[in-house]
Design a protein around this ligand. Structure first.
Ligand code: NAD
Length: 250
């Protein structure tokens, strides 16, 4: 059954040069970065409801930065896995036009994708909550928390916390890509974080074929996705890449 669906996915990708990937935390699980909802890792010690809200950050930036520093160390030491590299290869072959990611880990760029829309920001840049000045993470010492701006304001990663708006530019670009794509590969997201969960819906309304890659079904599976490739993102996307490569050669 899955073989048929891999074939169908590869044929859809091959027919189009307007394929957009929309990714979530699940694509980076095989790089050793835990997602929010599966058991294990960072989020069992740091409840996102307690640590990942903007209210929590304002109330106690030092406490939230303790988690951010540990998470940052994990992200810095993580490398792209075969799911990321398959998407990068599909871009090189001229099929993937852009990647819209909810992830903050920079692994799509590290794998080689060049058009990446970071819908929820990045852990690599910091912004001052008082004057708005931005810094690269490497420019700032995290020995004393929270790190401060030259103006003495508190610095926060550009990561979008629960309760914060999506960066306007990223939102507009994501909407445009979703409206205009012909195939959307929705990889490793539970699609319950809003407004990101509207992106596949918008693609579907624009007439795109929506293909999910996930270890389990989500709320998209029944109402939005044309089909789901159930299983590991790394193995599944490599299988799609292999099939696309094979079909191009035949
Ligand atoms: P989520 O944790 O809600 O859902 C992850 C999804 O990925 C689940 O549906 C799960 O079944 C699936 N999944 C897990 N491992 C998989 C694998 N190996 N192969 C295929 N599917 C797999 O994540 P979300 O929907 O992205 O929403 C959580 C929010 O937190 C997002 O903003 C997210 O990006 C952010 N977050 C980011 C990171 C990161 O940057 N790597 C890590 C944790 C959370």
């Amino acid at each position: 059954m899955k073989e048929d669906l891999i074939q169908k996915t590869a044929e859809a990708v091959l027919r189009s040069n307007k394929v957009v990937a929309f990714t979530g935390a699940g694509i980076s699980v095989e790089s050793g970065i835990p997602d929010f909802r599966s058991a294990g890792g960072l989020w069992e010690r740091f409840d996102p409801a307690e640590y990942a809200t903007i209210e929590a950050f304002h109330a106690n930036p030092q406490k939230v930065w303790t988690m951010l520093r540990e998470m940052g160390n994990l992200l810095e030491s993580s490398r792209p896995n075969p799911a990321h590299t398959a998407l990068a290869q599909l871009e090189k072959m001229g099929h993937i036009r852009s990647v819209i990611t909810q992830n903050i880990d920079h692994l799509h760029q590290d794998a080689g994708n060049t058009r990446v829309i970071e819908y929820h920001g990045s852990h690599k840049r910091l912004i001052c909550l008082s004057c708005g000045r931005q810094y690269e993470k490497g420019e700032v010492s995290l020995d004393t928390l929270p790190p401060l701006c030259r103006c003495t304001g508190v610095l926060k990663p550009t990561v979008v916390f629960f309760g914060e708006p999506i960066p306007w530019g990223a939102h507009l670009q994501a909407m445009e890509e979703a409206r205009d794509c012909e195939v959307m590969l929705v990889v490793g997201t539970s699609a319950i974080v809003s407004p990101a969960c509207d992106i596949p819906v918008m693609a579907k309304r624009g007439g795109a074929v929506v293909v999910e890659v996930n270890r389990e079904e989500t709320q998209l599976t029944r109402y939005v996705s044309d089909w789901i490739l159930k299983g590991s993102a790394a193995r599944t996307l490599q299988a799609v890449l292999d099939r696309v490569t094979g079909l191009r050669g035949s």
